[in-house]
Design a protein around this ligand. Structure first.
Ligand code: 5GP
Length: 114
């Protein structure tokens, strides 16, 4: 255990600005926000990429999505809308190999993404 910076955040060894926490997930504000609201929702267990999600972990990933929507409501961006993103491996732009859901809100998003 403890192979990425997110494991250290879960362990409390590196501080974060917490947005939500329960027994399965932790959510915290991104250190380099790409929007007025930029929160990362991560599972407390280590799963390196979305390609590694096992069939019996689908409810965990669904819970991450629900938590993102709940944070969006609490932070007041739900009515205007927001974007949820999972980056997977090199072509997806993944930097930290512990799956995380980006919640981006508070501004108009562009499409297609870069
Ligand atoms: P990825 O590119 O892997 O999808 O996204 C990783 C995200 O983690 C980036 O948006 C980056 O800014 C964020 N990040 C990396 N290290 C830290 C950290 O130590 N603290 C916080 N709060 N965010 C981090």
């Amino acid at each position: 255990m403890g192979s990425t910076i997110f494991s250290k955040i879960i362990a409390g060894e590196i501080p974060c600005r917490k947005a939500y926490e329960d027994d399965r997930v932790l959510a915290f504000h991104d250190i380099k926000p790409q929007a007025p609201l930029h929160v990362l929702i991560i599972p407390k267990i280590e799963i390196p990429t979305m390609d590694d999600v096992a069939p019996n972990q689908e409810s965990l990933v669904g819970h991450m999505v629900w938590v993102a929507a709940e944070i969006a409501r609490r932070e007041g961006v739900a009515k205007d809308g927001y974007r949820l993103v999972f980056n997977c491996r090199d072509n997806g732009g993944q930097e930290v190999y512990h799956i995380h859901l980006h919640l981006l809100g508070g501004r108009q998003m562009a499409w297609p993404p870069g």
